[in-house]
Design a protein around this ligand. Structure first.
Ligand SMILES: C[C@@](CO)(OP(=O)(O)O)[C@H](O)COP(=O)(O)OP(=O)(O)OC[C@H]1O[C@@H](n2ccc(N)nc2=O)[C@H](O)[C@@H]1O
Ligand SMILES: Nc1ncnc2c1ncn2[C@@H]1O[C@H](COP(=O)(O)OP(=O)(O)O)[C@@H](O)[C@H]1O
Length: 289
């Protein structure tokens, strides 16, 4: 049997770090939302019990380092599944970009294999399993919009933000999440107001969503890669209502409310950056598979 599952990217509308924990992870408060930019995962049962990764993208590992491989292995071991699976990854989300592409592939694999292998697990159970693969996997299991706390794995659902367009621009550099957290210094930095962002979303105020966007990880990535700051400035110059780096970067996203403005920002960025996307926010949670 064969199954196709969509694996959407996320952006962080707000990202705060409270402190470093004894386990080495950082305590975070993040507002995450899925966008209409997705990898496509094709799951095909294998009778020989093997897990195989198939991808044309040279940046995607084809062995146990792949987060989708880890998701399949986790379910196989945990539930004594004899069947194997070939995991085809049609990569659309830029890799190491702050858009959780790998985490979303893992989450889609969990949701898909739950169906394919008839495991009967709930989204909540899959999210708990997902946290063992990576901090962002739990959110990606649900999709939609959420407040994520803990190291990112404690998920409280929020309504969809007000309707708008998202322009994404990724410079050619890749950024390591671990390096960004390691170089973060919390003394004296400005923290975004996470509760104000939650309220803005609940009140469906586009202006307040724009006003409350903020990401403390910019204090690490921007000085390290000045091109990220330049892209932010370009996006504002071409007319984005608000701009921010997503996650640990280096992707920058800008919000615009009207389609007329979208074209201007998109075209302006195209001359400046080779990976540029114009997509919608996705309000709803993922279907089970
Ligand atoms: C920054 C964020 C924001 O959404 O996303 P990305 O930029 O990676 O997309 C996340 O916090 C990234 O989550 P994820 O990429 O799943 O991280 P993990 O694989 O769990 O951890 C990678 C490394 O980042 C550091 N890490 C991660 C999460 C966290 N709350 N504190 C940390 O200190 C740890 O050093 C860890 O070894
Ligand atoms: N399915 C996958 N897709 C992309 N990258 C993956 C995948 N599985 C593992 N990786 C590894 O994870 C790293 C981070 O990738 P990704 O999830 O795209 O970025 P980010 O953590 O910035 O959102 C990559 O450098 C890559 O080696």
């Amino acid at each position: 049997m064969k199954l196709m599952v969509k694996a959407p990217a996320k952006i962080n509308l707000a990202l705060d770090v409270l402190h470093k924990r004894p386990d080495g992870f950082h305590e975070v408060e993040m507002i995450m939302t899925t966008i209409d930019l997705a990898d496509r995962i094709e799951l095909t049962e294998r009778k020989d019990g093997e897990i195989r990764i198939l991808s044309q993208n040279r940046f995607v590992p084809d062995d146990q380092r792949n987060l989708a491989y880890q998701a399949a292995k986790l379910l196989k071991d945990e539930f004594n599944v004899r069947t194997g699976v070939a995991i085809g990854i049609d990569k659309v989300i830029p890799v190491a970009a702050g858009l959780a592409g790998g985490s979303s592939d893992a989450a889609a694999t969990l949701r898909g294999l739950n169906e394919l292998w008839n495991l009967g697990l709930s989204l909540d159970e899959l999210a708990v399993l997902g946290a063992r693969i990576g901090s962002d996997v739990s959110f990606c299991v649900y999709g939609g919009t959420a407040l994520a706390t803990g190291r990112g794995e404690i998920i409280q659902e929020l309504p969809a933000p007000p309707n708008c367009w998202v322009i994404l621009a990724k410079p050619t550099i890749g950024v390591s999440t671990a390096d960004v957290y390691r170089n973060l210094r919390l003394d004296g930095i400005k923290h975004p107001n996470i509760q104000a962002m939650v309220n803005s979303i609940k009140e469906q105020s586009y202006e307040n969503v724009c006003a409350n966007m903020g990401n403390v990880l910019e204090t690490v990535t921007l000085p390290m890669h000045p091109e990220v700051q330049q892209i932010k400035e370009q996006m504002i110059r071409f007319g984005a209502d608000a701009v921010l780096m997503s996650g640990s970067g280096p992707t920058v996203f800008g919000l615009v409310q009207y389609e007329s403005r979208l074209q201007r920002v998109y075209n302006g960025l195209r001359g400046f950056c080779d990976q540029v996307f114009a997509v919608r926010l996705v309000g709803e949670r993922n279907p089970i598979a």
